[in-house]
Every structure is written in C-alpha cells, then in structure tokens.
Write a protein that binds this ligand. Structure first.
Ligand SMILES: Cc1ncc(COP(=O)(O)O)c(C=O)c1O
Ligand SMILES: [Zn+2]
Length: 388
C-alpha cells in the first residue's frame, strides 16, 4: 500500500488515509490521494505492465485499496483507444482518436470511479452507500455495490434516461426519482446521510472515485506509447475524469514516465448548462451555479461542480479551453460519429466533435495535431434523446 495521506486540493491540509472521509475538515473542498511514488515505482514500471491484467487494476501500485480481497471489479478500464480514420478524413485531421469508454461495465466511464470508490468503502467498513446522479454514475454504483454486497441508495432527477433507472432497479439499488436537478438530489443525500448511516459517494465528495478515473490518463499514455496527445476533449459535468487525468499526468512525471509537456485540456459542455465555460470565459476560478440547466446530454446537466476550480486550473495551466455546443449539434454529431466509425456515442461524448470543429474555427487547434475525443458512455442508454 503506497498511500501516504489525503491532501485537500484547496488548502492542502493533510488528512489521515485509512478513514472513511468526505471533504476537507477545514475548508470543505475535495480531498486527493497522495502516494509514495518512489516506492510505487519500484515495482510499477513501464516494462512490468506488459503481462498485467487488462483492466484498470493493472496500475495497482498507484490505486487505493490495501487488500486485494477488497477489490471490487467487473473488468473496468483498459478500453480501446480507437483511431477515427474516417471521421478524421472528413474533418481534415490525420491523427484523431476516440477513447471508447462505452465498452466499460455498465457502459460508461463511471465504472472506473465506482470500482475504486466501492472497493475503498468496503475496505473501510461502509455498509450503505448513497449517491446523487445524472444516470450513469448511478448505474455503475448499483452494479459495484451489488458485487460488493453493500446496500445502495440512489437519487436521480425524474427525467433521467429510463435505461439508467431500470439498470439500477435490476441490480438491486434503492432508487428515488426527484423533481429537480442533480444538485437537488445531492442536497437530499446531504440532508439524510447522517441519520440513515449512508456514506456519500458523490463526485469528488469522497477521495477515491477520482483515483479510478485517473487511470484514463495512465491508459492514454500507455496506449500512445508514452507520448501524450496534443489535445484532449472531455465532456465535463463534475469533471472527475479531467481532474483525474491531470493528476495522473503529474504522477507519471514523478514516476519518470513522461516529461513536463501536457496535452491542452478542453472542456465541452452543453449551451443549456455551461458553468465551466462561463467561468473560463470570465476569468473566474470558481464557477457560479448555472440557472435553469437543461440539456439532453444528462451527464452534462451539472449546474454546480465542487471541483470547478480543479477543472479550471487544469484548463488554464495546460493552455486549453472550454467550449459550449448546442443540443442540436451534439445530437447531430452522434449520428455523424456513428455513421463514420461505428461507435454509437453517448450524447455527452458526441459533443466532443462540434467542440473540435469550433476549435478549428477559432484557430485553437491545427489539423496536424493529435487529438483524443472522449466517448464517455453508450448512446443506447439514451433512446429518448434519439426519438426512441
Ligand atoms: C456519459 C457521461 N459523460 C460525461 C459525464 C460527465 O462526467 P464528469 O462528471 O466526470 O465530468 C457524465 C456524468 O454523468 C456522463 O454520464
Ligand atoms: Zn481544505
């Protein structure tokens, strides 16, 4: 076990690692896991990866969980990084890739974070887990909680895609649908968790989901032979994946695996809910809550993210940007990517394509650059959005 401590991402106060904790006891911001990377690097080497398991636990030394017995896995991670040759040709890019996260258990990248978070919750003795969700995180939590033998309580907006509700029910979760947004669901979990004995596994309100998500960064590097892309476009709600990748890049540099060069990190959001884009454009480090949030890309309907400053720091430090696209654009892009590459993207993932087009128009990317789009989930879960 290489964890040294938990560190507040905002005030840097150290917290003890082997306890069930949520936010910083001092400032209420997210806690991040810190490792003894010199120690981790003694066994975790690039060469050692060749014959390791084909899931995210291949990076075992930089993941939490002390005992292998507590690892709760359904085969998450190590998804393909697909060259998008046809689509690339259509839009003039030679080196366009899609990281296809729809191939995870429960068909979205949320499986990564829930695998590590549920494993840790189990190891540290939690019995009941609760989460507010836009849909895919709920489906993932329900599955991993079932596998861990833990009870889980899920709160979703009433208009969450039906597939997400059904998958939670069929994997044994307690599901509550609420009038309102994910923030209202989060407030309900916050109000009741103490009296109900729930451990809150909301995005970035516990330290371990981001650890699973950071493996996106390790995988990208490994799959591109340790040369990171020039640009990463990521559909951003709570931002865990982007924050996780940024953390992974710093860890990999400390491990001596990559240099100091970073990809330009790009957030894409829907125009109907674009708090990070607005904060980026107005030079703020903390985003204002986005009023009347609405988009069919339900994972992007996050009007206020607790990790906003971490997202915005990464965008700015990397020389990246933040772009909003309309629902019409992201729905049209789903069909375009599907027809060109055979990948039926979640609307959130499809949003990366119109974002890339806007970057070209703005002169924010060259067509000779290596670009990775993140397809974070499966289109088949969103039949309503496609008229199904
Ligand atoms: C398919 C999909 N893409 C993107 C997101 C946003 O992810 P994050 O909260 O890590 O920014 C979500 C979140 O629900 C999602 O379900
Ligand atoms: Zn703090």
């Amino acid at each position: 076990m290489n964890i040294t401590h938990l560190e507040c991402a905002n005030c840097h106060l150290e917290h003890e690692a082997r306890r069930l904790l949520n936010l910083c006891s001092e400032c209420g911001k997210p806690l991040l896991v810190r490792y003894d990377l010199a120690r981790a690097g003694q066994t975790l080497t690039k060469e050692s990866l060749a014959d390791r398991r084909a899931d995210l636990w291949r990076y075992r030394e930089v993941l939490p969980v002390e005992s292998d017995e507590n690892v709760v896995s359904l085969g998450e991670g190590w998804t393909p990084l697909l060259r998008a040759g046809n689509l690339g040709k259509q839009i003039g890019f030679d080196e366009l890739y899609i990281k296809d996260e729809s191939q995870n258990p429960t068909q979205s990248f949320k499986a990564r974070g829930m695998s590590t978070a549920v494993s840790m919750a189990k190891e540290l003795g939690a019995k009941k887990l609760a989460v507010p969700s836009a849909g895919n995180a709920a489906g993932a939590l329900a599955a991993y909680a079932a596998r861990a033998g833990l009870e889980c309580f899920i709160f979703m907006p009433r208009d969450t895609p039906r597939a997400n509700v059904v998958e939670c029910e069929q994997t044994g979760a307690h599901v509550t649908l609420m009038d309102g947004l994910i923030t209202d669901c989060g407030a309900e979990v916050g109000r009741r968790k103490e009296s109900e004995g729930w451990f809150d596994v909301s995005t970035l309100k516990e330290p371990y989901r981001v650890e699973g998500k950071k493996t996106l960064g390790y995988e990208l590097a490994e799959q591109l032979n340790w040369e990171l892309p020039d640009v990463i476009i990521y559909p951003t709600g709570g931002g865990t994946g982007l924050i996780g990748m940024w953390k992974a890049f710093n860890e990999m540099e400390a491990l001596g695996w990559i240099g100091s060069k970073r990809p330009r990190m790009v957030t894409v959001q829907a125009t109907g809910c674009a708090p990070i884009v607005r904060a980026f454009e107005t030079g703020k480090r903390f985003a204002d809550e986005f009023a009347d949030a609405a988009t069919v890309a339900s994972g992007l309907r996050v009007p206020k993210a607790i990790g906003d400053f971490l997202i915005l720091d990464a965008l700015r430090e990397s020389g990246g940007t933040a772009i909003a696209v309309t629902d019409e654009e992201l729905i049209a892009a789903t069909r375009e990517i599907g027809a060109a590459e055979g990948i039926f993207c979640a609307p959130e993932g499809a949003a990366c394509l119109p974002a890339l087009r806007k970057m070209v128009e703005q002169g924010a990317v060259e067509t000779s650059e290596r670009v990775v789009l993140f397809n974070t989930g499966a289109g088949v879960k969103y039949l309503e959005a496609f008229g199904g």
